[in-house]
Design a protein. Sequence first.
Length: 206
Amino acid sequence: MDEPHFTIGVTARCSDGECGAVIRVVIDPVARKLTHIVVEPRHRLGLARLVPLDLVESSNDEVTLRCSVDEFDKLDIAEETDFLPGTAYEGYGGQFVMPLPYLPLGPGSTTLPVTYDKLPLGEVGVRRGVPVHATDGEIGKVQGLVIDPADHGVTHVLLQEGHLWGREEVAIPISAVVEFKPEMRLSMTKQEVRDLPAVDIGHPDD
């Protein structure tokens, strides 16, 4: 299998230094093509950037981008965080908290950060660790995707190490995926996945 693969979690580098790690990839579920990757600077939660594929120079053991770190920082934000009223009192949610004018919240109250994806309309983000379900039950979790470099079409879904059968890799044809969110669902049975031919794709830690 000669296509490049996007392993979620690998390092991303700009032309002048590391810019973070790939935390998810973005797919057009109708065309079944990769459109963006999402890169988050390490230890800077909530600052992930939406990187168009035309800025991706190479990808396998790590991702190399055709931009500087400054240019990366100016890309569209891939997620937003809202702070919602919450409370530390068991049994009482944010709807029961009413901060008084001009007074700080009491010792039992707080604000709860809620982060959500900010993606192009109609597209879906795929994260590492998303459960993959065959028609007869869960078979593993997503590790990454294999991409056709000619048109950025997704050809296979890679199962994370530690799946049911202990094989080094399992690559599932994208044609078998019938649903991407909230979990990935296949048109194949566990046995049909088990019977897929083995593939040899290295991991970043190899």
